[in-house]
Design a protein around this ligand. Structure first.
Ligand code: FES
Length: 112
């Protein structure tokens, strides 16, 4: 089955060490750039459904501002409590050869 992608902006718009929220296909998705890699996970904390993009990026993890759960941006898996359920993850594609490519995100979460 082919995957559809939606453009969300250029690398320079996201490459500031902070998490960003975008809406794609009615889903709130957190975009983070860590060491020039772009990650996309669900923006909704699986513990109590607050926006993770209001939290902090620490290494390759996003920390929830409310109760401190952390999630691995690569796998979506929780790495510290109280969350126990993984975040959905999304595929990223880059378009353009230069240092500021267009970022596209899959319109559906990856199958687990
Ligand atoms: S709402 Fe995110 S850890 Fe509780």
């Amino acid at each position: 089955m082919s995957v559809d992608f939606a453009p969300i902006g250029h690398l320079v718009d996201f490459n500031d060490g902070k998490p960003h929220r975008v809406e794609v296909n009615g889903q709130d998705i957190l975009i983070a750039v860590v060491d020039q890699e772009v990650y996309a996970v669900s923006d909704t904390c699986t513990h109590a459904e607050v926006s993770l993009s209001e939290g902090e990026l620490v290494d390759c993890k996003i920390e929830c501002f409310l109760h401190g759960a952390a999630f691995d941006l690569k796998s979506g898996e929780p790495t510290s409590p109280p969350a126990t359920t993984a975040l959905a993850t999304y595929e990223i594609a880059l378009e353009g050869e230069d240092e500021n490519p267009l970022i596209l995100v899959s319109t559906k979460a990856k199958e687990k």
